[in-house]
Design a protein around this ligand. Structure first.
Ligand code: S3P
Length: 432
């Protein structure tokens, strides 16, 4: 199993860093561009294990997606009803976004489709999408009382529904929105608190009426896409930038500039939490491209103090808790995270895996049912730790290695390819 070893940063992090394209937006662009009437050039797509899974599944349903070079794709869209029955199981690898969003598309198709993935994906809960999609009229079967993959679909003839999500989840919301494109009437979704709205923004940019009835209520109107050729550029992934944001905050005398970073309001809760802890962020060149806000960010090292995170902060930084925990180990006081039970059903049980691995490095972390408490600041020490097949845990532990005494070895490093294949190289270059 590949390992990654990293030692304490001898020098500050300086200079400009370019992190890869947004994973969430790449998945959505790959699913929607084939349904347009016309040709789409997707620039700066994320080429990673999980987005390849979506690309292959869309191709298996007949989508015409050509790779122009390492960063650009050309898609020939043949319309909303152009997908066809795949000959084989749609293999989603370990990607929750692939299986849940594709479930929305498959629910709208009259043909039979089967979605499945790795053993880790087979443990991720699917009842949350199966229930609303069944309410819309799709026939769906899933393992263990319709709760886990594989998912088997015979869709079509959907009706619009009004649905209140039990948890704030962009994946569930997006699955219903995508199914809503194929329904006979509008679909309205209520969320307990706002989550990332990339699907809504992309649909709007493509001319599909999506209304925000309130900050937590969205309504999609089924509509054929208009005929158009479009060009679409994907911003850098805020969740990938987050590792370097925290690294620059923690390694003394650092100043890093991160360019073209996506700043979707549903993604940047980490900035709010770190600001409460004393960090300052300078955002330059703020703009909007294809309906998504982005900008260049300058981050400098600082002494942090503890904060509390809970409630509506949680969905806005749902992928950043592993790296946030590293920051918390260096903050003065007790940092408490609550209302974050969802962390237990991510790529790993992030509350348990973060606690066990950070303890090996000397952190004082107490696991709670819905979060954790970290007492800081602590001097971390290098250790042999395990990524638990979780890309965000792996990269967070590597950032911890930058400030730990001695060498940190991360086992199971190959999972970083899920979202950030060249992370190790970029981190080593930034510290040298
Ligand atoms: C995602 C939504 C989040 C996030 C995941 C990507 C998306 O999941 O954790 O990495 O692209 O919509 P949930 O919707 O389950 O919170």
């Amino acid at each position: 199993m590949p390992e990654f070893s990293i030692s304490r940063a001898a020098n500050p992090l300086r200079g400009t860093l370019c992190v890869p394209a947004d994973k969430s937006i790449t998945h959505r662009a790959l699913m929607l561009a084939p349904l347009l009437h016309g040709e789409t050039r997707i620039e700066n797509f994320l080429d990673s294990e999980t987005t390849r899974a979506t690309l292959n599944c869309m191709r298996a349903m007949g989508a015409d997606i050509q790779e122009i070079d390492a960063t650009a794709l050309h898609v020939k869209g043949r319309g909303l009803y152009s997908l066809r029955e795949p000959h084989e199981t749609l293999w989603c690898r370990g990607s929750g976004t692939t299986i849940r969003l594709l479930a929305g598309l498959c629910a709208g198709q009259h043909f039979l489709s089967v979605l499945d993935g790795t053993p880790a994906l087979k443990r991720r809960p699917m009842g949350r999408i199966v229930e609303p999609l069944k309410q819309m009229g799709a026939t769906i079967l899933a393992r263990d009382n319709d709760r886990f993959p594989p998912l088997v679909f015979r869709g079509g003839n959907l009706r619009g529904i009004e649905y209140a999500l039990p948890i704030a989840s962009a994946q569930v919301k997006s699955a219903i929105l995508l199914a809503g494109l194929f329904a006979d009437s509008p679909t309205t979704i209520h969320e307990p608190s706002p989550s990332r709205d990339h699907t809504e923004r992309l649909l709007r940019a493509l001319g599909v009426p999506v209304e925000n009835l309130s900050p937590t209520t969205v309504c999609v109107h089924p509509r054929q896409f208009k005929i158009q050729n479009s060009k679409f550029k994907i911003p850098a992934d805020f969740s990938s930038a987050a590792f370097f944001i925290v690294a620059a905050l923690l390694v003394k005398n650092s100043q890093a500039r991160l360019e073209n970073v996506g700043l979707n309001p549903g993604r940047i809760g980490l900035l709010d939490a770190l600001t409460r802890m004393g960090a300052e962020f300078h955002i330059e060149n703020q703009r909007e491209e294809n309906g998504e806000p982005l900008g260049d960010m300058v981050v400098s090292s600082v002494d942090l103090r503890a904060t509390d995170v809970g409630g509506s902060d949680v969905p806005r930084m749902i992928d950043e808790f592993p790296i946030f925990a590293i920051a918390a180990t260096q903050a003065q006081g007790e940092t408490r995270v609550r209302d974050a039970q969802e962390l237990r059903v991510k790529e790993s049980d992030r509350i348990a895996t973060l606690s066990s691995e950070l303890r090996k490095m000397g952190a004082q972390i107490e696991e709670q049912e819905d979060g954790f408490v970290i007492a800081g600041p602590t001097k971390l020490r290098g250790a042999r730790v395990n990524a638990h097949n979780d890309h965000r845990l792996a990269m967070s532990l590597a950032v911890a290695g930058l400030i730990a005494e001695g060498e940190t070895i991360i086992e199971g490093w190959e999972c970083v390819a899920d979202s950030f294949p060249n992370f190790g190289g970029l981190l080593r270059a930034a510290k040298s």
